[in-house]
Write a protein that binds this ligand. Structure first.
Ligand code: HEC
Ligand code: HEC
Ligand code: HEC
Ligand code: HEC
Ligand code: HEC
Length: 447
């Protein structure tokens, strides 16, 4: 280990332990120690084109990151000592180059600095290990230089290549994908969820699902049959979410009478996601199940889910009267801010698969760094888990006779629409994405 590396390790470990650390201690490198992604892309054309579309390339520049850091986290860090560490902390994962060079806070994306490169080739391919036994909070160690960390042995390249078992491991991803807040709450646990689930036991890595392997031109026309594709598709890509959860809907009956009660079941099976869904930025993710009946005259009736009675269940059933996210208003200095709708536009009675995060005052928050507690209830769907929901519908007395369709639809949103509108984010950041649908066809008959 070089001297620079040792001091970086110490600085990083210190930052991880102590949220009060100031920016000046973080920078041990210069921007010029790191090549631009375009440079790597001159030879690694295909990988560069894939990476460029991924969220890794936009981890500092895309609108919601820009807004959350500059409008919420940074101002909060400047006035409230307990969370002061996030000034550099957010940057360590979202704009690692700025963190490593001590450019804290970096200029906003509009300034076009090299912070905008985000999680670039030079970050991942210079990471050599971690200071933690079970990594989290940007606990990576890094050695920029001519030698790149690679997944294969015996590679001949115009630059040095060193085989790295760490690069190939899910622990590598965990250095940025698991996170504890300044209050010690686990606010990101994708790696820990994976580790406790069936995929870890079977040896299916993060890299296998998020960097699929197939034919590809790695560089200079050299083809690998199993090249690691750098797409990193996740929740921002509709194609990755579509069908991620199976839905089934069924009932005993084929016919219903107006005024009677219909009991039916919806099953949800997470057969494709290697961790919980939602995962990652759990503080703001919502996966919700809407159930509507449509009669032969086209009238739509929303059917609320049956309550199960578990602790914290109120957070898992959409309620248009529930207010939350008061901390945002406080940080922004809005006097008398009462909060905004907790559940965006999800219809009342929809089941929400989520894990609510609470701020030190016990209010639901999307400010993960200001999370004191998030263990009240975890109603997400684990890897290979099935959740069962029951419905008891009082069939309206004036329902039209003939066929009636009961349709269950599972939606996912990155951030509640109420929050998106409040912060004036681009609509694409909070438009619900369709995960799956299932339909039950019944007939309305007079008793
Ligand atoms: C002048 C062309 C060129 C440039 C520029 C270049 N590389 Fe390479 N690189 C190659 C070639 C050729 C290989 C060998 C590919 C093979 O045969 O598997 C290689 C191999 C690699 C490997 C190892 C692949 C493996 O299978 O283990 C990594 C990682 C890598 N490069 C990263 C980078 C990064 C990061 C940059 C930018 C800082 C970069 N390269 C710039 C040509 C280049
Ligand atoms: C988020 C981290 C990350 C980023 C960013 C990243 N890589 Fe990689 N790269 C990896 C991992 C992990 C592997 C090995 C995958 C595996 O183990 O299957 C890899 C593999 C490679 C390989 C070898 C492919 C093969 O199968 O032989 C090359 C070459 C490479 N990366 C180049 C690049 C270049 C060029 C960029 C930027 C355009 C880049 N990487 C950005 C993590 C990253
Ligand atoms: C240096 C930090 C870092 C490392 C290492 C890292 N990531 Fe990420 N990753 C991020 C950040 C930051 C984001 C969030 C980008 C955003 O939404 O702004 C992200 C986002 C993602 C997403 C979400 C994309 C989406 O469309 O929603 C996936 C999937 C992902 N990473 C997979 C991986 C995998 C797999 C590895 C390991 C091979 C890995 N990451 C390693 C920092 C990292
Ligand atoms: C068996 C395949 C599989 C494995 C293994 C897997 N993932 Fe995923 N991951 C998915 C799918 C499918 C999605 C899209 C659904 C979703 O967003 O939950 C996803 C979504 C994500 C997201 C976005 C989550 C959100 O809700 O914002 C991140 C981040 C991510 N994965 C990172 C990782 C990391 C890190 C690992 C390893 C510790 C990993 N994944 C392992 C399949 C997998
Ligand atoms: C330990 C690394 C780490 C730290 C520290 C961190 N993030 Fe992230 N952040 C991530 C990863 C990884 C994701 C992607 C998770 C996912 O896709 O669900 C993410 C996602 C996000 C998103 C969601 C992007 C979207 O489109 O939904 C925002 C906004 C964000 N981070 C802002 C911040 C801010 C502000 C801070 C500081 C208070 C911060 N992050 C601290 C790693 C980190």
């Amino acid at each position: 280990m070089g001297k620079r590396l040792v001091s970086l390790v110490v600085a990083v470990a210190f930052v991880a332990m102590c949220p009060l650390v100031r920016g000046a201690e973080m920078g041990k490198f210069k921007y010029k120690d790191f090549k631009k992604p375009k440079r790597c892309g001159m030879c690694h054309k295909q990988i560069y084109q894939e990476w460029r579309q991924s969220l890794m390339a936009k981890s500092f520049t895309h609108a919601w990151d820009d807004v959350e850091y500059f409008k919420l986290a940074l101002p909060h860090a400047m006035k409230f000592a307990k969370v002061a560490g996030v000034k550099g902390g957010c940057i360590a994962c979202h704009a690692p180059l700025a963190f490593l060079t001590g450019d804290i806070p970096p200029k906003p994306p509009a300034a076009g600095t090299r912070a905008n490169e985000g999680v670039s080739c030079e970050i991942c391919h210079n990471i050599t290990g971690t200071t933690e036994k079970v990594p989290f909070n940007f606990s990576y160690t890094i050695e920029p230089g001519r030698v790149k960390q690679g997944p294969r042995k015996g590679v001949k390249a115009p630059h040095g290549v060193k085989y790295s078992a760490f690069l190939r491991s899910p622990e590598f991803c965990a250095t940025c994908h698991d996170e504890a807040s300044p209050y010690g709450a686990w606010v990101k646990t994708t790696y820990r969820e994976w580790k406790a689930g069936p995929y870890a036991k079977e040896g299916t890595r993060c890299q296998d699902c998020h960097m699929y392997h197939g034919p590809g031109v790695v560089a200079w026309g050299r083809v690998h049959k199993d090249m690691a594709h750098h797409v990193f598709h996740g929740a921002h890509f509709a194609n990755k979410l579509a069908g991620a959860v199976d839905l089934a809907i069924y009932t005993e009956k084929k016919e219903v009478a107006p005024g009677s009660q219909l009991k039916f079941m919806v099953e949800l099976f997470n057969g494709k996601v290697g961790h919980y869904i939602p995962s990652g930025s759990t503080e703001e993710r919502m996966l919700w199940l809407e159930v509507w009946a449509v009669d032969s005259a086209g009238h739509r009736y929303s059917i609320p889910v049956d309550k199960k009675g578990f602790k914290g269940e109120e957070y898992t059933i959409a309620n248009s009267k529930a207010m939350a996210y008061q901390a945002m208003g406080e940080i922004m200095g809005i006097k008398g801010f009462k909060g905004i709708k907790r559940d965006g536009d999800a219809p009342d009675g929809a089941r929400i698969f989520r894990k609510p995060f609470l701020d030190p005052k016990g209010r639901m928050t999307i400010c993960q760094w200001y999370t004191a507690k998030n263990t009240l209830v975890d109603y997400r769907i684990g890897p290979r888990e099935t959740k069962m929901e029951t419905y008891t519908w009082k069939v309206p007395t004036d329902i039209a006779p003939g066929p009636v369709k009961i349709k269950a639809t599972l939606y996912y949103s990155l951030v509640p629409s109420s929050v998106g509108k409040f912060l004036k984010l681009p609509v694409s950041e909070y438009t619900p994405k369709l995960v799956n649908t299932a339909t039950l066809q019944l007939k309305v008959v007079k008793k």
